[in-house]
Design a protein around this ligand. Structure first.
Ligand SMILES: [Fe+2]
Ligand SMILES: [Fe+2]
Length: 207
């Protein structure tokens, strides 16, 4: 029953961010479930609720880039979970996982590490490529500029930051690291081909 209420609240909050918000949360939820599989000493409920609520305050970053949506989402989650009388100890564990998923501080629980890794995995692979170009569209970046950001990534732009995540991902769990390696093969192949097509290196005409 509580899960239904939490899911409904999370979906409503993610709609404020945009159409792409909720599908991301559902992918992170599935990845959390996959990464947790077979692990001992994991509170599955904490991991799942953390996944559902981890970005509920992200829409506020549209107003100000200086905000940390991990911290804001954790504060909102705390208030909401108390309002539905969610287990007090679990609220603390969920809020820790949410607060640290934006890299402000190190996770100190397995649940927080799993949420971090699931969220990072959703930036990798084919989904990562698709996300880069959605971001490129949102900020008016051309295909050529996105290709350039891949070659010379920097934190100065959305696309450049995403390229950095893809090229130097950080994971706490081995399963996530291995899955990221497999997912990212397509990314390197894609950008190599993109570069070729832009330079017409794939269409040399014989003299
Ligand atoms: Fe996030
Ligand atoms: Fe996220």
């Amino acid at each position: 029953m509580q899960k239904v209420v939490i899911e409904r609240y999370a979906k409503r909050q993610m709609a404020k961010l945009g159409w792409h918000g909720w599908p991301h949360v559902k992918r992170v939820q599935r990845l959390c479930s996959r990464l947790s599989k077979g692990l001992k000493d994991v509170d599955y409920e904490v991991v799942e609720v953390s996944a559902l609520l981890h970005d509920i305050g992200k829409y506020m970053e549209k107003e100000s880039n200086a905000l940390d949506h991990g911290r804001i989402s954790a504060e909102m989650a705390e208030e909401f979970l108390h309002s539905i009388e969610f287990d007090v100890e679990k609220v603390k564990a969920v809020c820790h996982a949410i607060r640290v998923h934006t890299h402000g501080e190190e996770p100190h629980s397995l649940e927080a590490k799993l949420l971090h890794d699931a969220d990072m995995l959703d930036k990798m692979g084919a989904v990562g490529i698709a996300t880069i170009f959605i971001k490129a569209c949102l900020v008016g970046t051309t295909i050529e500029e996105a290709a350039e950001s891949w070659q010379n990534p920097s934190k100065g732009s959305f696309v450049g930051l995403h390229a950095l995540w893809l090229q130097k991902p950080h994971f706490y769990t081995k399963t996530a690291g291995n899955l990221a390696k497999r997912r990212n093969r397509i990314v390197y192949a894609f950008f190599k081909q993109l570069e070729k097509e832009i330079e017409l290196a794939d269409a040399q005409v014989k003299a």
